[in-house]
Ligand binder design. Structure first.
Ligand code: ATP
Ligand code: MG
Length: 303
């Protein structure tokens, strides 16, 4: 059922061109909803990001859209357009509630997927067991590696590769495929292949050791310089969750501190995991190397 958007504002592109149908999810400063375009009749996902709540500038928030606009890959959510409005119209999720919040808002229009985030799939033992036994979970992992390899090849580091930022999309023929989302923390690499990130942003469990190393300089928000291998550590944490879904969450939180158990290193994927969560970035494979390695594995490896 369509959400009542109030009296509206004749200048609002969102109110004029879209009918908001359903709230999907919300995060720190954003809300994702399902909409129908009044122009082409198609369904879309719209991510609405509150500039005020994010504590950033409009230009900084728009960077997420600008990076998505540069990317075109089968395993990355497809971006269409972005625009800025003075209000965060419509259903904005649990903590802003359903109201027309007065905050500058960046709207990002994407393809809408029939999906569940990977972290939710990992919580469902039955579904996961079925995916492991038919090998599809390893194919999904490979698709994530392909997306990350492409992101790196385009000169960006994602900086927020987490199981919740991988959508497991169900196709019409009940096949599943992975789509990487959420470029809110992504950065363009400098000439040395490095990006500057705040060492306080992103999901702590997935952050590589170098992401929380001592600050390179002192500011209100301490920063560190990291390379593309930071994403590889995050992929390692995702792989650990795939391989050991019933382990207590603390095991994954400790991957930066404590070497992984010997039994976790066994098998083809165990040895990949061990390299991905190496404390030294140099010991981790690049996404391109890992993709090549995964491509050469027989479909039955570890399944
Ligand atoms: N294109 C899409 N189609 C369907 N659902 C989506 C789509 N994009 C995002 N979602 C849903 O919205 C959730 C949040 O999306 P996203 O990760 O981009 O925002 P966020 O985590 O709130 O962002 P931030 O980390 O910037 O606060 C996803 O986990 C997923 O459930
Ligand atoms: Mg997210």
């Amino acid at each position: 059922m369509a959400v009542d958007l109030g009296n509206g504002d004749g200048n609002s592109k969102y109110l004029k061109d879209f009918t908001e149908l359903e709230f999907i999810a919300c995060g720190g400063f954003s809300s994702v909803v399902k909409c129908r375009s009044r122009l082409d009749g198609k369904l879309y996902a719209v991510k609405k990001i509150s500039v005020e709540f994010s504590g950033m500038t409009v230009d900084r928030v728009l960077r997420e859209a600008q990076i998505m606009a540069e990317l075109d890959h089968p395993h990355i959510a497809k971006y269409h357009e972005a625009w800025v409005e003075d209000q965060m119209w419509g259903d904005t999720g649990h903590f802003y509630k359903k109201c027309d919040v007065e905050t500058k808002c960046v709207f990002i229009l994407m393809d809408l997927y029939n999906c569940s985030p990977l972290d939710q799939l990992l919580e469902n033992d039955d579904k996961l067991e079925a995916s492991i036994s038919d090998g599809s979970i390893f194919r999904l992992f490979k698709e994530c590696v392909a997306a990350v390899s492409y992101i790196h090849s385009r000169g960006y580091v994602h900086c927020d590769m987490t199981a919740s930022n991988v959508l497991v999309v169900r196709g019409a023929d009940s096949t599943v495929t992975a789509k990487v989302i959420d470029f809110g923390l992504a950065r363009r690499m400098d000439d040395e292949g490095l990006v500057v990130i705040s060492n306080q942003l992103g999901h702590i469990m997935y952050r590589a050791p170098e992401c929380i190393a001592e600050s390179t300089r002192t500011t209100d928000r301490p920063v560190v310089k990291v390379g593309a291998k930071a994403d590889m550590f995050s992929l390692g944490v995702i792989l650990a969750q795939i391989l050991h879904p019933t382990c207590p969450i603390e095991m994954f939180e400790d991957l930066r501190e404590i070497p992984i158990p010997d039994r976790w290193r066994e098998g083809t994927y165990g040895s990949i995991l061990a390299r991905l969560v190496s404390l030294s970035p140099d010991e981790r494979p690049s996404a391109a190397q890992l993709l090549q390695e995964l491509d050469s594995l027989p479909p039955s490896a570890d399944s």
